[in-house]
Design a protein around this ligand. Sequence first.
Ligand SMILES: Nc1ncnc2c1ncn2[C@@H]1O[C@H](COP(=O)(O)OP(=O)(O)OP(=O)(O)O)[C@@H](O)[C@H]1O
Ligand SMILES: [Mg+2]
Length: 455
Amino acid sequence: MKAARDPADADLQGLLAQAGGPELTGGDETAWIEVIRRMDAIYADLVHYQVALEEKNARLENAQRFIESVISSMSDVLIVADTRGRIQQVNRALERLTGRAAADLVGGPLAGLFDPACAARVEDFAEHIRSGTVTDCEVDLLDARGEPTPIAINCTPRHDHDGRLSGLVVTGRPLGELHRAYDELQLAHERLKTTQQQLVQSEKMASLGQLVAGVAHELNNPISVVYGNMHALKRYEGRLARYLEALHGGTPPAQCEALRRELKIDRLLADMGPLIDGSLEGAGRVGDIVEELRRFSTPVRQGRQPFDLVRVIRTAGEWVGKARRVPPALELELPPRLPLDGYEGYTHQILVNLLQNAADAVEGRPAPRIHVRLEQAQGRARVVIHDNGPGFDESQRLRLFDPFFTTKPVGKGTGLGLAISYSLATETCGGRLSADNHPDGGARFTLELPLEAPA
Ligand SMILES: Nc1ncnc2c1ncn2[C@@H]1O[C@H](COP(=O)(O)OP(=O)(O)OP(=O)(O)O)[C@@H](O)[C@H]1O
Ligand SMILES: [Mg+2]
């Protein structure tokens, strides 16, 4: 119904007549018209307010639906409670987790949702939020089967429009999946560690295999010398026994003299000294090799100790070279001595790895050569190993020290040599290990060791 703002007097008369109203005189008429005008204006305002109210209502409903859809889509649980810990609102995630409807939960105690073992902590939330928030507190919520299920909850205070504390808001993230994923990750990590240890072990065995070949070759020389000398001494023993028997058995002096010449007793006596010295030297060399082997093979027990880096470089070079059918030429540019206070066994292991790699790189190439230079600068010893192999391209250079990076065929290399050497050189010995291509071609590895390793 829409009233006209300016009705004709005639119409007004007609209306009053229809309503059985009094017949209007001139003064009454003006007053009535004024009243009706006011009513009309008020009515128009009312209509205007109603339209605005309906619009606001629609907007409010939209906003509420939006908030509800957001809250019910949350995968985290949401609980709103008053300051006494009575539940006022929950979301769908909590309904799903507890297997209970919101209507059933609202009005109940917040602590009732949790395992009795955690109830006391949850009851404390109301106190805690007066002084701040509760962050990432792990508690057990009772799930649909009444079983405790771990969730990490945050609890924050809620204030009314006057800024007064009116309750608390709890959000929680179920940790079951996270715990399971964590356990699986832990298991996978353990398996990986075991596999890695096995690989490291097999890489050690492979290096050991090569080393044993070198050591066997090293031992062969002094043992052959001792063996040969002993055979000679054995023969001399027989001749001496014969001569002494004749001498002490009453044989005439002339015959004894003839026997002495026949058995070459004088030469035999002159020979015995060098034979014994040679054997002693050979046995001493065997002892040294065994001692070196012992030092290298027991790195776990080794601590920091003084040693001569020059000697370690020489031994590593000998072991690697002797293990090859065609050993590369080893050019050593070393000072007479360079004493270090560090880890001899690890240093030996690094050098053997680097020299083995260099020997592999030059294998089958014309005039294979490995050059080793040792110098001392700025409190460090620097060993530069340069070979005349093919070197490496940029993409290889970036991955040289990665575990398992190898360009060698299966069974020939595990790709752990440089990774292990790098960690020994940097972490254990407090030094540096780097690689580049030499300007004249071939690979160049630089190992730097502090003159005094960290304890
Ligand atoms: N002197 C070198 N010249 C050229 N390439 C090299 C040299 N040293 C190492 N490399 C490259 O780096 C790779 C990784 O070396 P690393 O010592 O880590 O493993 P590997 O020698 O392949 O195997 P492993 O040492 O376990 O027997 C090698 O496969 C090779 O491609
Ligand atoms: Mg290697």
